[in-house]
Design a protein around this ligand. Structure first.
Ligand code: TYM
Length: 340
């Protein structure tokens, strides 16, 4: 009989540079929505992942605090959810090593995000960047997580996590790890760059005008939407009319994500509207949603000691779940418990 697993959510976000509207709509807002009686929720600031590319130590500390503050300000409740930073629970790195010995080089070679990030420079990037998906599998499986809410760009990594779980279970003839489900939901699972609707909005894009940062002020948000690339046509009444109009589709999806509506409902409201009407409405909505969050983020970031205490408590709770799972892995693999 298949093992039963507690319904448990795990997800992570890298503290590497500022957070964007893509992180908020694709992940953070979904994480908040999954808190409740149905799931145990475990959320992690994945600092070990951040250093796969160079991070200035002071910037890394500041980003860790920024991400923690953003999660709390957006509605992650530390009484309901476990919130911590990854480096404080060494189980992640330890299980990550074991998974490096389960995952196959051929699987890693197929990871599109590695290919995109490494580009022509594949010989010069860190070994950590290449092995990163097996650490991500360890993050998830150290908690026997059953559900992982992420944006579209992480789908392949969650599928790899399933492959690693399945191979571990098969090789050791156990039914130990769950086959985790990616949860990629809502209208904004892939928020695109404001200057090029074929590219993802990311923290590392060249120009700041490409993205909305969670800490942008109202004027900056309005300016970025005003200058966002679009086409000359008005908005259609049906989704079909946005086919081959990636920039227009993106702005409609952002509006839908921020207002908790479907893109169809947004079009029903704005059918026939030109950008002169839609863009200011979008900017106003974004400011209404983001301003209270950024204000609370600033308040929280002013007291890093308080954030550290909170993350530390979360790390203890995270350790209490994941350490016994790692110990079982040690037994399954055949490591001798010579210290206990
Ligand atoms: P990261 O830090 O790049 O992004 C964090 C989350 O934000 C989502 N996201 C987006 N969603 C929609 N549109 C966008 N433009 C956009 N940009 C980012 C990402 O999909 C992600 O959900 N490898 C992960 C972090 C990670 C993780 C994990 C996630 C480490 N361990 C375990 C889940 C489970 C990453 O680099 O995300």
């Amino acid at each position: 009989m298949a093992a039963q697993f507690t319904p448990r959510v795990f997800s992570g976000i890298k503290p590497s540079g500022g957070l964007t509207l893509g992180n908020y709509l694709g992940a953070i807002k979904r994480w908040v929505a999954m808190q409740g009686p149905e799931f145990e929720t475990v959320y992690c600031v994945v600092d070990l992942h951040a250093i796969t590319v160079w991070q200035d130590p002071a910037d890394l500390r500041a980003s860790t605090h920024e991400v923690a503050a953003a999660l709390l300000a957006s509605g992650i409740d530390p009484k309901t959810s476990i919130l911590f930073n990854q480096s404080q629970v060494s189980v992640h790195a330890e299980l990550g090593w074991i998974f490096n010995c389960i995952a196959r080089v051929g699987w890693m070679n197929r990871m599109t995000q590695f290919k995109d990030k490494a580009g022509k420079n594949a010989e010069k990037v860190s070994l950590g960047l290449y092995a990163y998906p097996s650490l991500m599998a360890a993050d998830i499986l150290a908690y026997h997580a059953t559900h992982v809410p992420v944006g579209e760009d992480q789908k392949q990594h969650v599928e790899l996590t399933r492959d690693i779980a399945a191979k571990f279970n098969h090789d050791y003839k156990v039914d130990f790890f769950p086959l985790t489900e990616p949860v990629i939901e809502g209208p904004a699972t892939r928020v695109m760059n404001l200057r090029d609707g074929t590219k993802k909005m990311s923290k590392s894009g060249e120009s700041d005008m490409e993205r909305i940062n969670m800490l942008d002020d109202a004027d900056t948000i309005a300016k970025k939407f005003r200058k966002a690339r679009t086409d000359p046509d008005p908005l259609p009444g049906e989704l079909e009319g946005l086919k081959d109009r990636p920039e227009a589709r993106n702005l409609v999806d952002i509006y839908a994500g921020l207002s908790d509506q479907s893109p169809e409902a947004v079009l029903a409201e704005f059918a026939g509207a030109g950008w002169g009407r839609f863009k200011p409405a979008l900017a106003e909505l974004a400011v209404a949603k983001l301003a209270p969050i950024s204000e609370e983020m600033r308040r929280l970031m002013a007291d890093p000691g308080e954030l550290d205490a909170l993350l530390g408590k979360g790390a203890e709770k995270a350790e209490a779940i994941s350490r016994p799972i790692l110990q079982q892995v040690h037994d399954i693999v055949g490591f001798v418990r010579s210290r206990s």
